[in-house]
Design a protein around this ligand. Sequence first.
Ligand SMILES: Cc1cc2nc3c(=O)[nH]c(=O)nc-3n(C[C@H](O)[C@H](O)[C@H](O)COP(=O)(O)OP(=O)(O)OC[C@H]3O[C@@H](n4cnc5c(N)ncnc54)[C@H](O)[C@@H]3O)c2cc1C
Ligand SMILES: *[C@@H]1O[C@H](CO)[C@@H](O)[C@H](O)[C@H]1NC(C)=O
Ligand SMILES: *[C@@H]1O[C@H](CO)[C@@H](O)[C@H](O)[C@H]1NC(C)=O
Ligand SMILES: *[C@@H]1O[C@H](CO)[C@@H](O)[C@H](O)[C@H]1NC(C)=O
Ligand SMILES: *[C@@H]1O[C@H](CO)[C@@H](O)[C@H](O)[C@H]1NC(C)=O
Length: 638
Amino acid sequence: MRGCEAEAVAMAMCAVLIGLAQLQTHVLAQTRSRARAQRPTILESGISLLFREALASLQEPIDQPVVLPEYDFIVVGAGTAGCVVTSRLTEVPNWKVLLLEAGSEENFVMDIPIVANFLQFSNANWDYRTVPSNTSCLGMENRQCRYPRGKVMGGSSVLNYMIYTRGNRRDYDNWRDMGNPGWGWDDVLPYFKKSEDMQDKQLARDTKYHKTGGYLAVSIPEFRTPLAKAFVDAGRESGEPVRDFNGEKQTGFSYIQSTTKNGTRWSSSRAFLHPVRNRRNLHVKKRALVTRILIHPENKTAYGVEYRHNGVTYRVRATREVILSAGAINSPQLLMLSGVGPKKHLTQVGIPVLQNLKVGYNLMDHVCKGGLTFVVNDTVSLRTDHILEQRDYYVDYLAYKMGPLAVPGGCEALAFYDFANPDDDDGYPDMELLFQSGSIVSETTLRRNFGIADDIYDAVFKPIEKADTWMVLPMLMRPKSKGRIMLKSANPTDKPLIFPNYFAHQEDLDLIVKGIKKTIELNELAPFKKFNSKLHDIPIPGCKHLKFGSDEYWGCATRYFSFTIYHQSGTCKMGPVSDKTAVVDPRLRVMGIKGLRVIDASIMPEIPAAHTNAPTYMIGEKGSDMIKEDWGERTQPL
Ligand SMILES: Cc1cc2nc3c(=O)[nH]c(=O)nc-3n(C[C@H](O)[C@H](O)[C@H](O)COP(=O)(O)OP(=O)(O)OC[C@H]3O[C@@H](n4cnc5c(N)ncnc54)[C@H](O)[C@@H]3O)c2cc1C
Ligand SMILES: *[C@@H]1O[C@H](CO)[C@@H](O)[C@H](O)[C@H]1NC(C)=O
Ligand SMILES: *[C@@H]1O[C@H](CO)[C@@H](O)[C@H](O)[C@H]1NC(C)=O
Ligand SMILES: *[C@@H]1O[C@H](CO)[C@@H](O)[C@H](O)[C@H]1NC(C)=O
Ligand SMILES: *[C@@H]1O[C@H](CO)[C@@H](O)[C@H](O)[C@H]1NC(C)=O
């Protein structure tokens, strides 16, 4: 990674370009010796890759040169949900749709799975921070956790680790039972499948749970480190099943399923917009920051939006609806900027109140304990810096789309546990153990991804910097503690205030401690013993007063290394009209405002036991059908 210094540069680009440059120096030697004549040369495969990828980039919808004064629908945000909604609405030929996105084009470097960590240092990231806390994020610079969010065509589906999990049937049955008809598991499963293009032949045969032919490719990455195998084997040895977590039952161990196709990230833009880029009723405006939803105060009807592009403010009208798909941080921010939100708070920041609603409350995430590290005596882990210096890996990737460059951000396997009912074979997960064959010390970027304070890093991790390591992130699936998003001011370019409120409930912390202890048990089993795997036991300075390994120690350590898994959700909660904490009704219409819906991760009333990307695709699909139904258009049979 030499030569990549400033955080400001797109580090992903830098890493890959340096790698490619290193390769090129070997190309001549290689072509001369022809020692590996059976494989394509790096130059050959590099050129063909660039050619192919250049073509692929051209398939992103163009930036609309002239935005019309008026559209049927305006969609705000080209993230996971916004791309689905835009794609589905433009299926109706006489509906004109404008998609506004604050970020720029997606490029092919972003789509190389292993570079996921680097993208957070590019301008494709909103780069938020939580408000300094005394109860979590204690090991981070200024006691603030970093909250990256995608600001690019494809939104957070371009920054994410591509893990594809849907959650448990009880998650959605619970949504339905909270007063949201149409959101039970039997209702939503067809929408998960509607998007899906399962690449794995064996899983595709299970047609009750999987489908081929949808827009969204889902694969099982081929490359596996020996340590990932050890993790899954340890699970098996401990008596847990190994199964498809997107099938009938969820608890157990598995290699991950990822939103990739042939070793390439399948973002929401690539999946849902590229194939429909030529639709004449689709306009996309990039680098367009929406600052406000325009709402008539007399009859509380949304009629358009205001946005900034190149320093100029524009207004554009929507004759049917405005759809907010700006994600769980920006959708509540935009509602509040437009006068829809908690009366007291809006008054404090000087925004006239149009509709008093609990916008920004109910913030949820899957927080985990970071830094749980195990040292092995063998060079079997994935170290991104090493990988990016190995020319053979580039050949594997460029020519065959295989090898470690195709591993989604280094994540390889996971386990779901129901600690409340450990003997239930069909459990409802309250804990996930996410396995990575690498750790904070082996990833040049990870410590900065999470913003770990230098003094703490140096004390705890510096001594094992050269070691090969693996880690598990024990992740709370159904948090009781809920946080909140607030405005800093009425200025739309001020970043919102984020209060995660992690571990306000002791039960949340206790569950994570159980997850830590379970991981340590797994490490004691034969599959890890083979690698002489040892728990890294240098204590965190701020927890030194507690006995290392005690529940109290792990609780303290968790408050220091509270890592987000980036599943922010719930801030525009869906609920029945009788629910005073709900922001949108079960058809995703903002309560009390006409012509305005929210369709993205912020509508989740409770966070599912899933990485939130797949559920957000489902919300996009279902929301699109509801719009069509409400305007009397035909929907495709499911
Ligand atoms: C680093 C990271 C890793 C993750 N890993 C995984 C994973 O492995 N698996 C998984 O399932 N989930 C993962 N997630 C979570 C998942 O990606 C998100 O839950 C999902 O993408 C949310 O979709 P969304 O449509 O709600 O919002 P987003 O995808 O964030 O889309 C919001 C869009 O709106 C745009 N926008 C916001 N404000 C404005 C404005 N004012 N004007 C114009 N445009 C605006 C944004 O730029 C963005 O493009 C990860 C997320 C991150 C950030
Ligand atoms: C956190 O602790 C510091 C120092 O002990 C104190 O000054 C500050 O007010 C506390 N903040 C909160 C939010 O409790
Ligand atoms: C709402 O009020 C505005 C301004 O008076 C008017 O132009 C618009 O037609 C009204 N919309 C509806 C749906 O009544
Ligand atoms: C995957 O990509 C490689 C390299 O570009 C190509 O040769 C191969 O045909 C692709 N495989 C599929 C199934 O598309
Ligand atoms: C790692 O440790 C195991 C168990 O002690 C031993 O069998 C193996 O040879 C060691 N490997 C290396 C590279 O030292």
